[in-house]
Design a protein around this ligand. Structure first.
Ligand code: HEC
Ligand code: HEC
Length: 265
């Protein structure tokens, strides 16, 4: 037995090195490729992506690319405390005049307006309305009607319109016979196991969170459409993926439930 230990001629050496390499390759494949792929909601495009996400580095530089569509840039609106200040009377006055061109869709009641399904803006926080207008103008949120409308608005116009709508009272919808008085668990508690935050911590007339819309009394079809779009990633203008994270694990039934709940409030 005068064979050298570290030599490929040594059968035991070859077998043990081979086994170690095989185990390493297998665990890399399982840990970085297979597990992230099986894990619901994860999007892994390459091995490097998988290694980054396994190491906890967020893939924030990658744009949301809906299947078959082109990449949607996330919002570039920076939310700061200046947006939260009380509006001055001048802004509300200028906004009143500007809002004439919006009222056909956003204030009108009746079958024609209902068919367009434009969301209620009265009583929405100014920071939220302003951010949405900026996103439509920049193409970060897509909608043919609203992108065309926002294209003609200046920075000042958007601030004035936002101030005007924030100053309008929010109409409470008439109680519907099928309204659910009980708060769905998803709204009050979220679903911690699935990483879904409680909707009520961010949305709510009393929360006063910057650039976060109040959902109460928006139409059921609009709410459903937006949640489905966030879930699919076709609406991707939410800062830090706040809504895509909340919507990614929702089932169709849960979307229908929360949409009905908020619409009836
Ligand atoms: C022809 C109808 C129409 C007109 C006119 C119109 N909008 Fe809209 N607006 C819509 C529709 C439809 C949506 C929903 C878009 C979607 O589904 O993503 C919308 C969405 C919005 C949103 C997003 C609200 C939210 O809750 O996220 C804002 C803000 C808005 N419009 C402001 C305005 C302003 C300000 C004007 C006037 C300058 C205006 N719109 C004129 C139809 C209209
Ligand atoms: C971490 C805070 C947070 C949580 C939790 C959250 N949201 Fe949101 N939501 C937001 C923000 C911020 C926006 C505005 C996104 C943007 O900038 O366009 C939004 C937008 C929405 C919209 C679109 C409204 C509109 O007018 O277009 C709907 C619908 C919505 N959220 C429903 C929900 C539901 C249902 C839940 C619970 C399952 C939920 N959200 C949980 C922060 C949150």
């Amino acid at each position: 037995m005068n064979e050298r230990l570290f030599s490929l001629k040594n059968r035991w050496f070859t077998i043990s090195v081979g086994a170690v390499v095989l185990i390493a390759v297998l665990s890399i494949a399982v840990g970085f490729v297979w597990v992230p792929r099986v894990h619901g909601g994860a999007t892994v495009d390459s091995l490097w992506d998988a290694i980054c996400s396994a190491a906890g580095a967020p893939a924030r530089y990658r744009n949301a690319t809906p299947q078959g569509g082109k990449a949607i840039q996330p919002s570039d609106v920076i939310v700061n405390s200046a947006m939260m200040g009380p509006p001055d009377a001048g802004a509300v006055r200028r906004g009143t005049a500007l809002a004439q061109q919006c009222s056909t869709c956003h204030d009108a009641r009746g079958p024609a307006a209902a068919a367009i399904d434009a969301p209620r803006l009265a009583g929405e926080p100014a920071s939220s309305t302003y951010k949405q207008l900026r996103d439509f103008k920049a193409g970060h949120r897509t909608n043919p009607i609203m992108q065309a409308m926002a294209a003609n608005l200046s920075e000042q116009d958007m601030r004035d319109l936002a101030a005007y709508y924030a100053a309008q009272p929010r109409a409470t919808p008439a109680a519907r016979p099928d309204a659910r008085p009980d708060v769905p668990r998803l709204v009050s508690n979220g679903a911690p196991i699935r990483n879904i935050g409680a909707c009520a911590t961010c949305h709510g007339a009393g929360v006063g969170r910057a650039a976060t819309p109040v959902l109460d009394g928006l139409s059921e079809t609009y709410l459903r459409a937006q949640l489905t779009a966030f879930r699919a990633g076709t609406r991707a203008n939410d800062i830090n993926r706040q809504m895509r994270n909340a919507a990614h694990g929702l089932t169709d039934a849960e979307i229908a439930l929360v949409a009905r709940y908020y619409a009836s409030r």
